[in-house]
Structures are given as structure tokens and as C-alpha cells.
Design a protein. Structure first.
Length: 303
């Protein structure tokens, strides 16, 4: 029966012409309701926004450091090479082409045994009549440090490969660094979301309690649920947005510090890192604020 009634309402609404002026008036009324709710909260607004700003600042700073750490890990991974020493009778060009075809191989550079021997002989001042004991060598770079073990195993099985080696401990440290950075960021996001949503939840609960009679009257008058919910959701989004703007301010100091660190180690800055962090902060702060309001409405307001 209820389903039939809902379907009938939908059919009737489709045939009712929209009054855009009325729609604008409703939107204006909802906005004013949200502003009045914020005003009525008083000094508590400052406490809420300050607390949220502190949480989002911590998230923003860690996120910005994470982007730089990822760049450092990527640069270290780029200089990490696998040295492939070929057998004396190996067909160098064939082995090189096969290595290139292996998945995750980014670049292959051939260092001939003659070039290696000439360089070594100059460095150590060796006599020219000595035979060349060095093998042809391939310097193999992979796309990511995480894939170096897989590439190493695939190259090892190729015919013509006599021996191989790479900085195994450095690769492990790079993988560990990447794992720690990613895990930390996930943890920070979860904690930030939980704290922000809890703060907004409690605040909107107080607003609902203070307007309990007014909301009950609106419900009895047949006011739609979205008209009651929207100002409260907007209030939570407002807290998150303002807190995000405040949280953006310390990032300029962090950015300056990281620029000096990157210059010292001669590692390029991650592209658009500052803009990415700012946009992410604004989106996450607003979304967390609105989510906290929505959950509070769902829990404490039966509409």
C-alpha cells in the first residue's frame, strides 16, 4: 500500500510544473536556517573549528611529507640497478633484447667488456699487454623497487647469463620506507576521519536537541525531510571547510622547508604537491564535516 502511494506521489510530481522562483526561495530559506544554526551555536563554533583545524593540519603536514618521501623513494629506486654479467660465448644483442621484453624492466644499458677493461686499466695503470678478464655487462633498471626481485628471477633464468647482483639491502630499505609511508597515511586518514566526524556528530546533536520542538512542529506541518536535514548538513560542511582553510596556512612553512631539503639532495620536487595537498584538505575537511552531520541526523533525528 505504501509503495503504491509513493509511486502515485512520483507520478503526480512529474506533472506539476516547477516554480523556479519558489525553488530559489526555498534554497535561500535553507541557507538562512544553516546560518542561524551556526550563529546560535555561539562560541562553541570557535572551539569546533579550532579542534578540526588542528586535526586537519596534522593530516596536511603528514600528507605533504609523504609526497616528498615517495619522491625520494622513487629516485632511489631509479638509481637501483641489476648488474647482469654475461657468459663469454653469449650473444649480447639477443640477451639484451630478451631482458628488455621482461615485464617491469624500464631500461637496459650495455657496457661492453672492452669499455670496462679500458676504464679499469686507466684507473689502475695496468699494462696494455694484459688479457681482458671482464665480461660484457647489462645494467638493468626496473620501474619500481618492489619489482626488482621478480625481474632478478626472470633474468637469472635466461640463457647466456653467468652471474648477477644488485644492492639487495638498499632495495629492502626502499620497500620498507614505501610501506611505512603508505601505512602511516592510511592510519592518519582513518584517525582524522574518526575524530572529525565525532566532533561534528556531537555538535549537531546539541543543535538538534535545542531545536527539537521546532523540528517536531515542522514535521507536523508536513515539511519535507530534506528541508530539515539540509541546513544541518550545511552546518557540518561549513565547519569542515573553514577548518580546512585554516589548516592550509602552515603548509607554506612546510613547503619552504621541503624545498630546501630537495635542493640539498638534488632531488626534484613532486609535481603540484602543494596544490594536491590543499585541494585534498578542502575536499576531505568539507566531506568529513558533512558526513558527521549526516550520521548525527540519522542517529538522533528520525526524519
Amino acid at each position: 500500500m505504501n509503495n503504491n502511494r509513493q509511486e502515485l506521489k512520483k507520478q503526480v510530481k512529474k506533472h506539476i510544473p516547477k516554480d523556479w522562483l519558489c525553488e530559489l526561495r526555498i534554497a535561500h530559506r535553507i541557507l538562512m536556517e544553516a546560518i542561524n544554526d551556526i550563529k546560535s551555536t555561539g562560541i562553541v563554533n570557535l572551539v569546533i573549528i579550532t579542534t578540526m583545524a588542528a586535526i586537519l593540519t596534522l593530516f596536511g603536514v603528514l600528507f605533504r611529507f609523504t609526497l616528498s618521501l615517495s619522491t625520494f623513494a622513487g629516485e632511489l629506486g631509479n638509481v637501483l640497478e641489476i648488474s647482469v654479467y654475461l657468459k663469454p660465448n653469449a650473444q649480447v644483442s639477443v640477451v639484451k633484447d630478451r631482458v628488455k621484453d621482461i615485464k617491469h624492466v624500464k631500461n637496459v644499458k650495455l657496457i661492453s667488456k672492452d669499455d670496462s677493461w679500458n676504464s679499469l686499466r686507466k684507473e689502475l695503470a695496468l699494462p696494455t699487454d694484459m688479457g681482458n678478464p671482464l665480461p660484457d655487462t647489462l645494467r638493468v633498471r626496473v620501474d619500481k623497487p618492489d619489482n626488482i626481485t621478480e625481474v632478478f628471477s626472470n633474468i637469472k633464468s635466461l640463457a647466456g647469463v653467468e652471474d648477477m647482483g644488485y644492492a639487495k639491502e638498499l632495495a629492502k630499505k626502499i620497500q620498507l620506507l614505501t610501506h611505512v609511508v603508505n601505512t602511516t597515511m592510511v592510519f592518519v586518514i582513518i584517525v582524522s576521519a574518526a575524530l572529525t566526524i565525532t566532533i561534528i556528530n556531537n555538535t549537531i546533536q546539541l543543535v538538534i536537541q535545542s531545536r527539537k520542538d521546532e523540528i517536531e512542529i515542522m514535521r507536523l506541518m508536513g515539511v519535507s525531510n530534506w528541508y530539515i536535514k539540509t541546513p544541518l548538513i550545511m552546518q557540518g560542511a561549513f565547519y569542515g571547510f573553514v577548518a580546512s582553510i585554516i589548516a592550509v596556512l602552515p603548509l607554506s612553512w612546510v613547503q619552504g622547508l621541503l624545498i630546501n631539503v630537495h635542493k640539498f639532495f638534488l632531488i626534484p620536487m613532486p609535481a603540484y604537491a602543494q596544490n594536491i595537498v590543499i585541494i585534498t584538505l578542502l575536499l576531505i575537511g568539507t566531506a568529513f564535516g558533512a558526513s558527521g552531520s549526516f550520521l548525527s541526523i540519522k542517529k538522533h533525528l528520525q526524519v
